[in-house]
Design a protein around this ligand. Structure first.
Ligand code: CP
Length: 330
């Protein structure tokens, strides 16, 4: 069965083909086809979304498929996840039955279920989305889980290809930014792996205490890319072709969330400004969105000529079509 939980468990051939297909769909933007006529997808959003939800619904429609969006706990029963749960509390249905039923109705299921930020092992092992995949008899598409956001990664790879041509050897900077809330690592993890798999030289610019998971960095290096981390922003931004801004909470959030919050508050100057962008090689500015203006990045950068965050969001639609094609074997 063709689940899409993350890209690294799929071959480079599949990845390259998906990037090509997203670019093809960009060339044919707005076209409606019958490719997936008669198929259906159920989309479960345990967390909020603008882009992922709308782009996947529209992608399904433009391929001729039917979609339903569910907000668990609001339009459904509340679900229990634990194996062996004694369900005498608020949860009326176990995820095993819920997914077992939905996978008898739909031809694929999409699930958004963010990190707990409570148990690092549980988040890193992707325990919840893997439980869902194991209960499903149809493909599961990860719409952002604890550790990965493969839909975003595919859109990002395709838009970089459109902007830079062959990205190999170009400098990709993943720039940590301040954010008032502790955020998960799914997007930065996927961005580093995407850039490395695209053959870019990757620099992660982040303060102490905000290192990405060692396993992610090792996996990125296994693609043959040059991958480094630094707290020296001068060095990181120098010569960058892409600056990909993202806030995330470091490993401290799991062991000492109060300390992590205090540490983060001391890092408010980690905001992307025109001064920082001027140190680059006229880099494109990327952000997965939503973005907090004048907190994560200054207006002048977002409204400037190098910002490609809206085209990046546009590519979410093209990438979703490529993903539906992949999981359905169209
Ligand atoms: N980037 C992204 O996934 O956007 P949404 O959270 O709005 O879906």
């Amino acid at each position: 069965m063709r689940h899409l939980i993350d890209w690294q468990s799929l071959s480079r051939v599949i990845w390259n083909a998906a990037v090509e297909r997203a670019l093809d769909y960009y060339e044919h933007a707005g076209e409606w086809t019958d490719t997936a006529r008669g198929r259906s997808i159920g989309l479960m959003f345990f967390n909020s979304s603008l882009r992922t939800r709308t782009s996947m619904e529209l992608a399904a429609a433009q391929l001729g498929a039917y979609s339903t969006v569910l907000t668990p706990g609001q339009e459904t029963w509340r679900f229990a996840f634990e194996e062996g749960a004694v369900m005498d509390g608020q949860e009326a249905e176990h995820i095993r039955e819920a997914i077992g039923v939905l996978s008898r109705y739909y031809d694929a299921l999409g699930v958004r279920l963010f990190a707990s930020l409570k148990s690092f092992n549980k988040d890193r092992d992707e325990r919840l989305i893997r439980t869902i995949a194991s209960a499903s008899s149809v493909p599961i598409i990860n719409l952002e889980s604890a550790f990965y956001h493969p839909c975003q990664a595919l859109a990002d790879a395709a838009v970089i290809r459109r902007q830079l041509g062959d990205p190999r050897g170009k400098k990709f900077v993943l720039a940590w930014t301040y954010h008032p809330k502790a955020l998960p690592m799914a997007v930065p993890n996927s961005a580093v792996l995407m850039a490395a798999r695209s053959g870019m030289n990757v620099t992660v610019a982040r303060p102490d205490d905000y290192a990405l998971d060692y396993g992610i960095m090792q996996m990125a290096r296994s693609y043959g890319a040059q991958v480094e981390e630094t707290d020296n922003r001068e060095q990181a931004f120098d010569g960058a072709d892409i600056v990909y801004a993202k806030a995330w909470s470091g490993p401290l959030v799991y062991s000492d969330p109060e300390h992590e919050a205090a540490r983060r508050e001391s890092l408010r100057d980690w905001c992307i400004t025109t001064e920082w962008m001027q140190k680059t090689r006229e880099a494109r500015f990327m952000h997965c969105l939503p973005v907090r203006r004048n907190v994560v990045v200054e207006d002048d950068v977002l409204d400037g000529p190098g910002a490609i965050h809206l085209e990046q969001a546009e590519f979410r639609l093209h990438a979703q079509k490529a993903i539906l094609e992949y999981v359905w074997g169209l």
